[in-house]
Design a protein around this ligand. Structure first.
Ligand SMILES: *Cc1c(COP(=O)(O)O)cnc(C)c1O
Length: 421
C-alpha cells in the first residue's frame, strides 16, 4: 500500500491511473490556460533588454534566463554500476542549477512574477507601455522603491525573488523557514533584503508572510502555494527545451518519447514545467515528480485526492530532509488540481540516495548540485516500476539547483556522499 510505504519512509512510487485521454483539452480546461504560456514567454522577451543590462550573466543569451542541456552518459554508467541496472538510450540533464541570477529553478517562476508585478505597477502609473524598450525601467527605481515584495521560502525562492526585487528597487521581506541555509540568508542581506527567520517549517513562513502583507497596501505577497504567475514563469521552459533538443538533431515524437524527472516541493516549479512540457509534446512526454521520503506532500495529495487538505504530519512524517528545497509538508492548492489527470506519476527518494547521486555526478561529470536537485535520478533505477519501457526514450533529469552553493558547504555534501558510496 502506498500510504504504508510513505508512513514507513520507504522509497516508493505512484502511477496515475486516471490520465486524461486528450491532454491539451485537459490542460486548457484547468485554472491555467494554454495561451497564458505564450503571454508569459512574450513578457520575458520584453524584459530581456533590461535583464541584459542589470545582469551581465545573461549577456550570452541576450537577456533570456535559460540553462544548458547536458548529455550525461558518464553519470549514466556510474548509475548502472550503483543500482546494477541497465539504462537504455541517452541520459540528459537540464541544468537549472546553472540558471543565471540565482542558480536554481526559481530563477524561472520567482523572477517572472517579480517582473510581472513591476510591469503592472509601471503600466498602471503610465510610466511604461508594452511597446517600450524595457531598459528604460532602470530610471524608475525610485518609483518602485515605494513598493514592497514579500515571500515565504525554504531558501531558493527567497533568493530569486530577493535578488531580482532589490535590483529593480523594491523593498523586500523574505520569510524563511527553519531549514533555510545560513549562506542564503547572508546573501539576501547583502542584497539589502529584510530576512525574517522562523523556527518552524515552510508552511508557517508562508502564512506569516501572507499575514504581514495583508496589512500593507504597498506590499505584494508572492504566494508559492497558490500563484498562477509563478506557475506560468516555469512553464516557459518547455518550448525552449524543444529548441535545445532540435539543435542536437533530436526530435521528440511517438518513436522517441521524452521521460522527465522533476524534483517537487510545493509543486509550482515542477508543475509549471510539466504543464509546459505537456503543452508542447502532449503524449510524447512523460512527467514524474520526485520527493524526499520525509516530505512526500504532492504524492500524498494526489493519491488521496485531498491535495492541500492533507499534509505529511497527518501521516506522522517529520518533513526534515537534506533536500531543503523540497522540505514542504503541504502541497500547493493549485498544482495538484491542474495536473491530477496529466501527471504520469510520482516517486520518493531517500536522503542517502540523493547524496549518493550528488557524489557520483560530481565525480563523473564535474557537475555539483544541491541534494534537492538530484531527487529525480532515482527514476532511472526503477524504470520498470514506473513503466518506462520505451527503449528509444530520452531520459531527462531536471537538475533544479546548486550552482551558488558556497565551496565549504559543497565540500560537506561531497564528504557525506563519499561516506555513503
Ligand atoms: C524549489 C525547488 C524545487 C521544487 O520547486 P517547488 O515549486 O517547491 O515544487 C526543486 N529543487 C530546488 C533546488 C528548489 O529550490
Amino acid at each position: 500500500m502506498l500510504i504504508d510505504d510513505l508512513k514507513a519512509m520507504k522509497e516508493t512510487s505512484w502511477l496515475n491511473d486516471n490520465l486524461a485521454s486528450n491532454v491539451l483539452e485537459e490542460l486548457n480546461n484547468s485554472a491555467i490556460k494554454l495561451e497564458q504560456i505564450e503571454q508569459a514567454r512574450a513578457r520575458l522577451n520584453r524584459f530581456a533588454p533590461l535583464l541584459k543590462i542589470l545582469f551581465p550573466s545573461t549577456n550570452a543569451t541576450n537577456g533570456i534566463i535559460e540553462s544548458p542541456l547536458h548529455c550525461a552518459n558518464f553519470f549514466k554508467q556510474e548509475l548502472e554500476k550503483l543500482h546494477k541496472c541497465k539504462i537504455n538510450k541517452d541520459l540528459y540533464i537540464k541544468l537549472d542549477s546553472h540558471l543565471p541570477i540565482s542558480g536554481s529553478i526559481k530563477a524561472r517562476g520567482g523572477i517572472y512574477e517579480v517582473l510581472k508585478h513591476a510591469e503592472d505597477l509601471l503600466i498602471q502609473n503610465n510610466l511604461l507601455n508594452t511597446n517600450d524598450d524595457y531598459s528604460k525601467i532602470i530610471k524608475h527605481k525610485d518609483f518602485l522603491s515605494k513598493y514592497k515584495i514579500a515571500v515565504g521560502s525554504t531558501g531558493n525562492l527567497g533568493l530569486s525573488i530577493g535578488i531580482m526585487s532589490a535590483k529593480l528597487g523594491f523593498k523586500v521581506d523574505v520569510h524563511m523557514s527553519n531549514c533555510a541555509k545560513e549562506w542564503k540568508k547572508r546573501m539576501l542581506k547583502e542584497h539589502g533584503c529584510n530576512v525574517i527567520t522562523y523556527d518552524s517549517d515552510y508552511g508557517v513562513a508562508v502564512e506569516q508572510g501572507r499575514k504581514n502583507a495583508q496589512n500593507d497596501p504597498f506590499c505584494y505577497f508572492i504566494d508559492d502555494e497558490n500563484s498562477h504567475n509563478l506557475f506560468l514563469g516555469y512553464s516557459v521552459a518547455a518550448k525552449r527545451l524543444k529548441a535545445q533538443f532540435e539543435a542536437l538533431d533530436i526530435t521528440i515524437n511517438e518513436n522517441r518519447p521524452l521521460y522527465v524527472y522533476l524534483p517537487c516541493g510545493v509543486g509550482g516549479g515542477p508543475g509549471g514545467v510539466a504543464y509546459g512540457l505537456k503543452s508542447v509534446f502532449a503524449n510524447n512526454v512523460k512527467c514524474f515528480f520526485a520527493e524526499p521520503t520525509h516530505s512526500p506532500c504532492m504524492v500524498l495529495g494526489l493519491a488521496t485526492k485531498k491535495h492541500e487538505q492533507i499534509c505529511v504530519a497527518d501521516i506522522g512524517l517529520d518533513n526534515i530532509t537534506a533536500a531543503d528545497g523540497l522540505a514542504v509538508g503541504r502541497a500547493s492548492s493549485l498544482v495538484g488540481k491542474v495536473l491530477e489527470r496529466v501527471i504520469d506519476g510520482c516517486f520518493t527518494v531517500s536522503d542517502e540516495n540523493m547524496y549518493r547521486y550528488l557524489g557520483l555526478l560530481a565525480q563523473s561529470e564535474n557537475i555539483k548540485l544541491e541534494p534537492s536537485a538530484l531527487a529525480g535520478v532515482r527514476a532511472l533505477s526503477i524504470a520498470d516500476e514506473l513503466k518506462l519501457n520505451n527503449e528509444n526514450a530520452i531520459h531527462l533529469i531536471w537538475a533544479t539547483g546548486g550552482n551558488m552553493v558556497p565551496d565549504d558547504e559543497m565540500n560537506e555534501y561531497l564528504k557525506t556522499a563519499k561516506g555513503l558510496l
